[in-house]
Design a protein around this ligand. Structure first.
Ligand SMILES: C[S@@+](CC[C@H](N)C(=O)[O-])C[C@H]1O[C@@H](n2cnc3c(N)ncnc32)[C@H](O)[C@@H]1O
Length: 213
């Protein structure tokens, strides 16, 4: 019988663990890096959801920048979506479109968002970031899906991002090299200006070079 048990997808395993933990905060346990030698000073709900301090930062960015349209790739359980939506509620306007392509995870996120009073600020879609069509200009892109497609996501949405907008790439630590390297490539091509925030999993803040006012 054990032989035929389907191996649980890593994301589903973390989703079940997160449900069991019931929203308890843990010390961040991603490994120390040269730029962030003490990850244990940060907190996390689970290893997929952004660090608790990064969630607070996202909400503050939303209240600081007053975006009309936020696009998020990789909703997972909708936690970062809800934190950004809290910022939108404080602003009193704006919308976040977030996509999750795994149907099981999408259903969980959808339940959570439907039961929240922030739901009117959120449009959750069960589709891939590489296929999602968004109309209008994007003020904030939070790229947090699969690390190997982050560069493609930025390239795909770049023409729609305002020159005053912000591009955030999560998981850009020197340990998780792929996203960091993507940001470095986009920067060396002259497409973005980036700063690398030394958080446990790494967060790049980028802005388009083209059209700077
Ligand atoms: C790191 S988690 C997102 C965490 C979430 N942003 C948060 O902080 O609460 C990444 C999610 O992206 C999803 N994903 C992977 N590839 C995707 C794609 N091409 N389009 C949309 N979602 C994708 C995964 O299923 C996973 O749930």
């Amino acid at each position: 019988m054990g032989l035929f048990r389907k191996k649980l997808k890593q994301e589903h395993k973390i989703m079940l663990q997160a449900e069991r933990a019931g929203g308890a905060l843990l010390p961040e346990y991603h490994r120390a890096t040269a730029e962030c030698p003490h990850p244990e000073h940060w907190h996390m709900y689970d290893s997929m959801t952004a660090e608790a301090e990064v969630l607070e930062f996202l909400r503050s960015l939303v209240t600081t920048l007053k975006p009309g349209l936020i696009v998020e790739t990789g909703s997972f359980l909708g936690v970062s979506t809800l934190w950004m939506a809290e910022g939108l509620r404080s602003n009193g306007f704006g919308k976040i479109i977030s996509c999750e392509f795994d149907p099981v995870i999408f259903t969980k996120a959808q339940e959570r968002i439907a039961s929240s009073d922030l739901r009117n600020f959120i449009e959750l879609r069960n589709e891939s970031s590489l296929e999602m069509q968004v109309s209008g200009s994007i003020d904030l892109l939070f790229s947090d899906s699969d690390v190997i497609i982050r560069e493609a996501e930025v390239r795909r949405f770049l023409p729609q991002i305002r020159s005053t907008g912000l591009i955030l790439l999560h998981d850009a630590s020197s340990h998780l090299k792929t996203v960091r390297q993507a940001a470095i490539s986009l920067e060396s091509e002259g497409l973005l200006s980036c700063i690398f925030l030394p958080t446990p999993r790494g967060l790049v803040m980028g802005q388009k070079r083209e059209g700077r006012v």
